[in-house]
Structure formats: C-alpha cells, structure tokens
Write a protein that binds this ligand. Sequence first.
Ligand SMILES: *Cc1c(COP(=O)(O)O)cnc(C)c1O
Length: 405
Amino acid sequence: MSTASIQRADEVIAGTYKRFPVVLTRGSGCTLWDESGREYTDFVAGIAVCNLGHAHPQVAEALCRQARTLWHVSNLFYTTPQMELASWLTARSFADRVFFCNSGAEANEAAIKLARKYFKTAGQPNRFRIISMEQSFHGRTMATLSATGQEKVKAGFDPLLEGFDFAPFDDIAALRAKVGPDTAAVMLEPIQGEGGVRCPQPDYLKQVRALCDEAGLLLIFDEIQTGMGRTGTLFAYEPSGVAPDIMTLAKALANGLPMGAMLAREPVAAAFGPGSHASTFGGTPIVSAAALEVCRTLERDGVLDHARRVSDHFRERLEWLKGRHALVEEVRGRGLLLGIRLAVEGEPFVHACMARGFLINCVQGNVLRFVPPLVIGVEQIDALVACLDEIFGAARQGRVGNHGG
Ligand SMILES: *Cc1c(COP(=O)(O)O)cnc(C)c1O
C-alpha cells in the first residue's frame, strides 16, 4: 500500500471517515485487490451495496450500453429505463408508485415529506410527528439524522428538525405509549443494520401494522439496507405477512451506482403532485438502466435462492463458532445480513481479518457484521469462518493483533 497517496488523501479529503490504510483498486465478484496486488474476500460489499459483487459483467454491459445511448435529460421528460424500473419494483412490492432519488437519506427525506404532506392534504395539518426507533439509522441529512435514534449521529448539529419521537425497538407496548394526537407515522427498519443487526420478534411487524391501522398512522419501512434481497427475500417485510404504506430503498438498488427510491401505496403517493418534490438526478437513465439490469439479474440467476442457501450454511458455521468461543455471545440476522455480538470490542478482529485477507466490519462497538455480495460462495464463507476461529482462539490466549497470515 502506498503511504504517500494515503497521506495525500488525508490532507485533501474531508476528515469525516476513519478509513483502513489500504487503497483498493479493482474488484471482481466477491474479491477486491489493493494497489499492492493483495487480495481480499469482501464481506462488506460497500456496506450491503454490491449485492451482485464487483464489476458484474451483465450490469457493466448494460451500463456501457446506456452510456452510449443516453445519460441524463432531467425529469422534465419521460425516459424508458426509469419507467421500466418503476414497473419492476411496483410489480414485486406492495407499492403503486416510486419516487427516485440518489441516496438512502434522500429516500427517507422523501418519505418524511410524503407523510407530512399526506396529513396536510387530508385536512389534519397538526399531524406531523413521526415515531422512530432507538438505535435506528436513517441517514445524515438534517431531517434523517433527526429521525435517527443514535446520539452519536446527532451530536453537534442541533437544533434538529422538530417532530420526531423515539420508542425502543421491538417493544410494541412502548411504541403504543408514544402515539399521540399529532402522530402521523411510525418509521422503522425491519431489521436494524447499523444498530447492531437486530431482528425483532417474529410478530413485531404485524403488531406495529395493527397499531398503525388502529390509530390511523402511516407505516414507513426503511429497507435501505434490508431490501433488494439482502435478507433472503426481495424485501425484508415479506415474511412478516404485512406491508408498509411507504418503503425506502437505496444501497443495493443499483449495485453501487448512487440511487435511492421511495415507494408508496396509491392513496398515500397521491399526496405528492407536480411540484411537491423533485430531484435533478433522480431516476436518471444511466443509473436506472444499471438498476434495472441488477433487478433482472437477481431473478434470472436465482440470486435470492442462492443467498438463502448460503445463509443457512453461514449461520450454522457462526453458531459453531459460538459453541467454540465464549467471546461470541450471539448470532444475529437473516439472509446475508448477519452478525455476531461479542463480549469484547470488535475492532481488533476487523483488523485481524483484514491482515488475513478478509474484509468485514463492526457496528455498535461489539457486533461483527457480515454483508457479503449475495453471490458469495460456501468456500469463501468457510474460509472466513476458519479465519475467525483462528483469531478468536488467538484472542483467548491474548494474542489478537493486526499481524496475521
Ligand atoms: C445506509 C442507510 C441509510 C442512509 O443511506 P445513505 O445512502 O448513506 O444516505 C438509511 N437507512 C438505513 C437503514 C441505512 O442502512
């Protein structure tokens, strides 16, 4: 790795990230290479973004084809890729309409605006409050950080946007107690990703839906991390048997090109008319064409079936690790959004994995999160598990460090 280019980057790029001291230059499938030619198996996937892996040939081809055809014209005009992508998404979800934008935070901004507009349009202008969850993550813009239930995201940015209340995740009684006459919506992640790969009880989403119906509230699911097959179904809400009124997507939607989307049922979506909301780049042909190919590939190649199969194996191997190492306290997650909660700080293990050629990440200080491309193979999973087994064993003997194989 070139220390000179890393030093230069640290001088000229905003200091908002703590980066690993490595310059990644190339990727293919689930493998990444740094500038010294070192190889890594990727269990981060750009933080649950590159679901089809890196440099996917069909997606690259669709992108190149669109690059030679039409990049951008604005939303003053109709374009085919955007129309086809919206058709694909609505045909496979509860939603009737899609608003396209460029990131997760923007998708949640759109959802928050739509919830407010819906009640204004319905003649209930005082209903603007949104209940979201403790330990949630909804983004870094002023509205979405105001909706986020983590102090470390908000510190230093007050005054925050008004109108957000917080309830503990996976506690229906506590949520019910937060509902007031001004409440417009409940907003939550079906599985909390940044919050530590936390899955609620199996009937929780159903109970939240029932509560929303009873109190006339909109239900917003932030599926920015869980959507597009990450949890083994196209959307994480599917196995719950209930659907939201509004859902947000981003991360994996275009496999790494910036794209967000806010989907809604018709009566709710109707509150957004011409001029209500807009985005210059939202749903631009070049990104939509890539996203459309991502969607088609997920189905054509049976990627979700594969993800569910390898997830069962991965979980079983993580449980095996838990049986062998007392510092592994819990195996969490669904599909290929998996994590293990440790009794100790997780960061040293992230570095130890990296030194052995595996990229993983750590959330909430002590949860190792595994979000590989959905096309990850069993052999790659087994290799990571062997690596974890070795470094957990070394940790027991007080030898965890950055210097491995
Ligand atoms: C990543 C993420 C966001 C924010 O997405 P950005 O594209 O970084 O703005 C919002 N919600 C959830 C659940 C996420 O995982």
